[in-house]
Design a protein. Structure first.
Length: 225
């Protein structure tokens, strides 16, 4: 096969793999759950910068899991199976603490003057926000399991595990996930301009309850599934 034709075919195959990864990242991110509520709430309370880095933190973990599973999926599958209960309980504990902190912080702000609410929600650096979203996404086992289910199918389509394929797939997942997360940030930013501090506090209360519910669900599945 002539070199230009081979080069064109290789590029087409890579774009096909990229498309699969992009759609996988998008499909993972679209369902609205506690993390989405947390991201919107963070954007409403703390503004665009915190929302953007929070979204980047979530998408980065999605990309990391996609890369890891594509390259060493068998090892990860074995680790998740043997440490299922321990990992589930650790993840549930971290999310429970995060949810309680979010809930208590916002409950304390109910009925407070607008200035006090504004000063409270603006505290914290963007680095801390990034770390919080990375940690909360990292300890959510369904994310890893999602890619464990996808990776073998991708290989069966003719994309065997290799450094090049793994990087393309992971980058596509990150971009797909990030695109949707940043759309949530834009939505949060729009809401921020038309809502009161009281509304933001109650949204924070809702986010805290949802994160706690997610933690309880993960802990329950780890112990009894």
């Amino acid at each position: 096969m002539a070199k230009p034709l081979r080069h064109l075919l290789d590029n087409w195959i890579m774009w096909e793999l990229f498309t699969i990864g992009f759609l996988a990242g998008l499909a993972l991110a679209i369902p609205v759950g506690p993390m989405a509520i947390m991201l919107v709430n963070t954007t409403i309370g703390r503004g665009l910068r915190h929302g953007v880095v929070g979204a980047l933190g979530m998408a980065s973990v999605d990309g990391f899991y996609a890369l890891s599973v594509f390259v060493i999926g068998g090892f990860i599958a074995a680790a998740l199976t043997s440490l299922k209960v321990a990992l589930g309980l650790v993840g549930a504990s971290i999310l429970l603490i995060l949810g309680i902190q979010t809930l208590v912080r916002n409950l304390r702000l109910i009925g407070k003057p607008d200035l006090e609410v504004a000063m409270s929600v603006s505290n914290g650096s963007v680095v801390k926000t990034f770390g919080t979203f990375v940690l909360a996404t990292l300890v959510n086992p369904p994310t890893a399991l999602y890619f464990l289910a996808i990776a073998p199918n991708v290989s069966n389509l003719g994309f065997p595990p290799s450094p090049e394929n793994a990087i393309v797939f992971a980058a596509a997942v990150l971009i797909g996930s990030l695109l949707w997360q940043e759309a949530l940030v834009v939505a949060g930013l729009a809401i921020r301009g038309i809502t009161t501090n009281a509304f933001r506090v109650w949204l924070g209360v809702l986010g805290g309850f949802l994160i706690i519910a997610l933690a309880i669900s993960i802990g329950y599945r780890a112990l009894w599934n």
